[in-house]
Design a protein around this ligand. Sequence first.
Ligand SMILES: O=C(O)CCC(=O)C(=O)O
Length: 372
Amino acid sequence: MMLGTTRLPSGLSQSPTPSSCGAQLLRSVSNVGSLSKMLERGQQLPEAYRWSSSETAAAEDDPAELEDEVVVPVINLAELDRSDERRKEICEEMRSACREWGAFQVVNHGVPDQVVERARRTSLDLFALPESDKLRAERPPGTLFGYGATRMASFFNRLMWSEAFTMMGSPHNNFEAYARKLCVHSEQDFCKSFEEYDKAMRGLALLITDLILHGLEASEERIHQHIRNFWGMIHMNFYPPCPSPSEAMGLASHTDSSCLTIMHQGSVGGLQVKRGDKWIAIKPVPGAFVIQVGDMLQLMSNNVFHSALHRALVNERFERLSLVYFFTPPPTVSICPIHPSKPLYRCLTWNEYLQVKAKLFMGALDHFLLPE
Ligand SMILES: O=C(O)CCC(=O)C(=O)O
């Protein structure tokens, strides 16, 4: 599939040509789309979705944890441009959060509430489509884009209580193709809401990555060389209410392959990040975005930062939508540690990294470590 002059490598191939609305659904997929049916029938949690209690235990179950609550840093971007000192302070807050947590939240980031709300509403409408419509945009095996169970499902022997949908963002967005495939009510509204969200996320991703890399004392030239041409991916996770949340897993623990991940989790919590041997909830803060260090930023920082190990739990009463923006290197551009004097990793392309991650999952970054 050609995008301008860029041929997409295998792991990044887009879904096949759009099928016409009303086409007969010829096959079904494993767990996708079946969650809502189960709920309609008031069924108990099926065995395939049951995880062991050690896998689902939450830090908050431990009363000692509540007394001395630790909170992922919330960074206020409101006065970023007030002075050079304020900018440096924010860089320092981000540097420290990326080192200690691999994650933080940002408030007063400048993204209008309406842009977020429109994208969230459009996403919820998408998940509410009939199963047969969603499956028309099914993600082909081994690729990144489309509707389905999470891509990492093959690494686990239990099913996760979630469904997901991914589209390519700028500079090569494919919103229109998906609007057609899904037979959404209004293609124009669908595309407009994701276009404005993508634009806002790209601006925020460039700003935050720039601040984080300045915190690494990277030169302006290095920063721009690295992030100017980065790509965006819009990914949505939908978690229906679950009949037995303490036994279920929304999304199992993983790190993101991206450089930076920006997530809007709405008012229903569920995201947890691992710190030491404890899972810590990232509680929803009104209007905030959660920022997470991805594997590529860990590599670029030469292990100064660590990609956030995180997971999502579910609950019995509320549906939950997380709206995720992955900011990634272009697939075939060489990505290296920013300070080249003593690199811990060899340079790689993101496409190469995705292929290794698809085989080794959590061991993927270590595969690129240079011998000591
Ligand atoms: O929904 C969440 O809270 C987590 C989403 C996530 O980790 C992902 O999409 O990679």
